[in-house]
Design a binder for this molecule. Structure first.
Ligand code: T3D
Length: 265
């Protein structure tokens, strides 16, 4: 029996999705996109899930698009390949799903993250990487531009000069350097990746989910807003949160010096 290309396991309120094509460094195929999208859609509707972790099986996180996939690989006949269909069918919906996920999303980068695999990780809310992991904007080496959100994400995370350098050279960036320049949240010893990510995921899962998701929304929106418009967007989101259960709960627990139990999603 063939193994699932995306493994799913839930512990408490944390769902872990593992890309599972280790022999091809978990590179994306149509099947893997379909399975990942189904798993994320399921997580979005399952109220017991309050945080999602994505990681890779074996020694890599994800090597981007599977370059042997007939849908992506240049044809032997020399006939041009239209990548637009692949992007429209899989990558754009994947990024939209991640950005609208109603719970926090963590990338646990266990090894190399290249091409679309790197930007898939960087599009998560928080990125924790093992110190043997690396990030490669591999696109330029095969005649492409950073996609999967790379052109938006890179300059916002690390500034224009570093974004341009990473994108043009396609050089490997160690996880330690990725943390140093602000590309990722944290680089941790390889042997502690699982426990560090579990601690973070459990922590986020116990926090007010709706407020965390509104935080994501506000930070992303602010990137293209004027200061005044960002203030207006904050006011709108804050107003909605003020009417919600979790705010009542958080303030009541603070006043009672007790632990809050957040339930909004
Ligand atoms: O199609 C579109 O819509 C356009 C979108 C494109 C998005 C993209 O992601 S473009 C970028 C695609 N990815 C790459 O260009 C990365 C290619 N891979 C590499 O550069 C290297 O494999 C790594 C730097 C990631 C790792 O190097 P290393 O030396 O640790 O491993 P390796 O020996 O190169 O790879 C191990 C196996 O994985 C190998 O297979 P084999 O020889 O053992 O049978 C290799 O062919 C396979 N593999 C690695 N990356 C891919 C892959 N197979 C298919 N597609 C890959 N992307």
């Amino acid at each position: 029996m063939s193994q699932a290309v995306v493994l799913s396991s839930q512990s408490g309120a944390v769902l872990t999705l593992t890309l599972n094509r280790p022999a091809a460094l978990n590179s994306f195929t149509g099947d893997m996109h379909t399975a990942l999208m189904a798993a994320l859609n399921q997580a979005a509707t399952e109220v017991s899930v309050r945080c999602v972790v994505v990681t890779g099986a074996g020694r890599a996180f994800c090597a981007g698009q599977d370059l042997t996939d007939p849908a992506a690989a240049p044809k032997a006949s020399g006939e041009p390949t239209d990548l637009r269909d692949l992007i429209d069918r899989h990558y754009t919906p994947l990024l939209a799903r991640m950005r609208s996920l109603p719970v926090p999303l963590i990338a646990a980068v266990n090894g190399v993250a290249a091409g679309a695999g790197a930007n898939f990780a960087l599009a998560c809310d928080m990125v924790v990487a093992a110190d043997n992991a690396s990030f490669i904007q591999a696109f330029s080496k095969i005649g492409l531009i950073p996609d999967t959100g790379g052109t938006w994400l890179l300059p916002r995370l690390v500034g224009g000069a570093r974004a341009m350098g990473l994108a043009m050279t396609g050089d490997k960036l160690s996880a330690a350097d990725a943390q140093r320049i602000g590309l990722i949240w944290q680089c941790v010893p390889t042997e502690s990746l699982t426990t560090e990510v579990k601690t973070l995921a459990d922590k986020l899962a116990a926090m007010p989910t709706a407020a965390l998701v509104a935080t994501r929304k506000a930070l992303h929106a602010a990137a293209s807003l004027s200061f005044d418009d960002a203030l207006a967007a904050e006011a709108e989101l804050q107003s909605a949160l003020g009417f919600a259960h979790d705010y009542q709960e958080g303030v009541a627990a603070f006043q009672a010096k007790s632990a809050p139990v957040f339930t909004d999603r």
